[in-house]
Design a protein around this ligand. Structure first.
Ligand code: FAD
Ligand code: NAI
Length: 475
């Protein structure tokens, strides 16, 4: 087996494995190195996303949503459920199977595309514009070379300085996805994406969930109107969210963990939880890469410093995904991976940061693309807004899922769509129409004039576009 490659990718998450496949498609001899191990110490490519992120969290969200529907929503349809019970072990086993299917799928894709996979930790040995030596420390040590290197080493959960993760009582995303019995009282520090998704899973299964958030505003990055609606709905579901708190001492006992904090009025509070999830953001991962040894520059926050094209300070070394600036999202990592492979091939790789969608997979789902209303105000942009509630959408009523709305923001003069914000059923799927529209710089009038299937949730998108011009038909 050759040890000399045109392209060597370090990291097999969505940024790395997709970059490797695209590089191989473009005719380069390509290797991908990934160190993630399954419980048998075998390879488990797919990174955070596949192993302890996007995929397992969505599996648990689905299981817990079925359980909640069986408990509350089915009766309305005339479906009687007796003796409803939750087998958490089976739910976790199903999640593990789905993760494994994805790991195996990536290994299959590597074979299909002739990407050579190395299981182990990759680190820079030495190199220059003519190529780099990369050491792979796995079951055995070996050194491979690459003319071009793509670093896609991802990110790790950020711990509170006084509460290291033990994954038994104080949990990162890894532990939060592997809880084996419903905790009676679950604490969550950080009301961000992980906190809300994981908090929702365990609340649906019966845990009493308290979410402690440092900022005084709920979901500050989300459009204010949508965030307000979400806050109201989550509170109604029973997620106890406290904003503006200051976390103090955290003490792990034998079976529980005590969190002391000051509430938004400065009053001292104390809460005891059976489990505590700490989800306060993630930090870039360059551990073991020997970045300093070859002079690979990091920025002041520890991200690999890159330009707009994902080029690092070293010739022919690129970096993509969570380990570089920008949103920590799997699809952003993938787009950068594809773009870099294409740039290596002399093509014009393309990533439009203005049209990267965000989704929070709570119920209702929250999804958005482009600018929020508060951003447009702050930037002094003249805009028009149109909203349409799912309550007035026939398909949503048939589904029994009428919470939320679609909101359009368009330029006051040109009508170009500047942002679309959705809270409601299948927001994660509906947002794609807005992404396509914005990528093609469509106006709200364009969407308003397109025929949408009836009855469908997507009609709410069309109606919100019509509402921009104050001519929605069904509300
Ligand atoms: P990673 O996925 O972190 O992959 C990096 C890989 O590199 C890992 O396998 C790691 O082991 C390996 N590695 C690191 N260093 C080395 C080395 N020196 N040698 C060899 N291998 C190395 N994003 C979404 O878009 N949608 C979601 O629904 C979503 N849900 C999430 C849920 C949770 C709970 C979490 C934690 C994250 C979620 N994310 C989601 C974020 C998403 O997982 C990340 O943005 C994405 O995984 C980043 O991809 P990446 O390739 O940059 O890095
Ligand atoms: P986050 O950035 O979404 O939220 C962290 C929250 O913790 C913020 O609201 C922050 O104000 C708060 N916080 C920070 N320090 C705190 C402290 N000391 N005390 C109390 N609160 C504090 O980060 P999270 O939820 O950890 O997720 C990390 C990243 O993973 C996300 O930003 C996202 O990029 C990705 N992700 C994406 C998902 C999706 O796309 N659906 C799902 C889950 C994660």
């Amino acid at each position: 087996m050759s040890k000399n490659f045109d392209v060597v990718v370090i990291g097999g998450g969505p940024g790395g494995y997709i970059a490797a496949i695209r590089a191989a498609q473009l005719g380069f001899s390509t290797a991908c190195i990934d160190e993630w191990k399954n419980e048998k110490n075998g390879p488990a490519p797919g990174g955070t996303c596949t192993n302890v992120g996007c995929i397992p969290s969505k599996a648990l969200l689905q299981s817990s949503e079925h359980y909640e529907h069986a408990g509350h929503a089915f009766a309305d349809h005339g479906i009687e459920v007796k003796g409803l019970a939750m087998n958490v072990g089976q739910m976790i086993a199903r999640k593990n199977t789905i993760v494994k299917q994805n790991n195996d799928g990536i290994l299959y894709l590597f074979k299909k595309n002739k990407v050579t996979f190395f299981h182990g930790r990759g680190s820079f040995v030495k190199g220059d514009a003519n190529g780099y030596e990369i050491n792979v420390a796995g079951a055995s040590e070996e050194t491979i070379t690459g003319k071009q290197i793509i670093v896609a080493t991802g990110s790790n959960p950020r711990a509170l300085p006084n509460a290291p993760f033990d994954e038994k009582l104080i949990l990162s995303n890894t532990g939060a996805l592997a809880i084996d019995a419903v905790p009676k009282k679950l604490g969550v520090i950080g009301a961000g994406v992980i906190g809300l998704e994981m908090g929702s899973v365990w609340r649906r299964l019966g845990a009493e969930v308290t979410v402690l958030e440092a900022l005084p505003t709920f979901l500050g990055a989300v459009d204010e109107q949508i965030a307000k609606e979400a806050h109201k709905l989550f509170a109604k579901q029973g997620l106890a969210i406290s904003l503006g708190v200051k976390i103090g001492a955290i003490t792990a006992g034998k079976k529980d963990v005590t969190v002391e904090y000051a509430d938004d009025k400065g009053n001292a509070q104390k809460a005891v939880f059976d489990k505590l999830i700490v989800s306060i953001g993630r930090v870039p991962n360059t551990i073991g890469l020997n970045a300093e040894g070859v002079g690979l520059k990091l920025d002041e926050r520890g991200f690999i410093a890159v330009d707009g094209d994902c080029k690092t300070n070293l010739p022919n070394v690129w970096a993509v995904g969570d380990v570089v600036r920008g949103p920590m999202l799997a699809h952003k990592a993938e787009e950068e991976g594809v773009a870099v492979a294409e740039r290596i091939a002399g093509q014009h790789g393309h990533v439009n940061f203005n049209t990267i969608p965000w989704v929070i997979y709570t119920s209702p789902e929250i999804a958005w693309v482009g600018k929020t209303e508060q951003q447009l105000k702050a930037e002094g942009v003249a805009y028009k807004a149109g909203t349409f509630p799912f309550m007035a959408n026939g398909r949503a009523r048939a589904l029994g899922d009428t919470n939320g709305m679609v909101k359009f923001l368009a330029d006051a003069k040109t009508d170009e769509i500047l942002g679309v914000h959705i809270i409601g059923p299948m927001a994660s799927e509906l947002i794609s129409e807005a992404v396509v529209a914005m990528e093609f710089r469509a106006s709200s009038e364009d969407i308003a004039r397109i025929c949408h299937a009836h009855p469908s949730l997507s009609e709410a998108t069309k109606e919100a576009a019509l509402a921009v011009d104050k001519r929605s038909l069904n509300f």
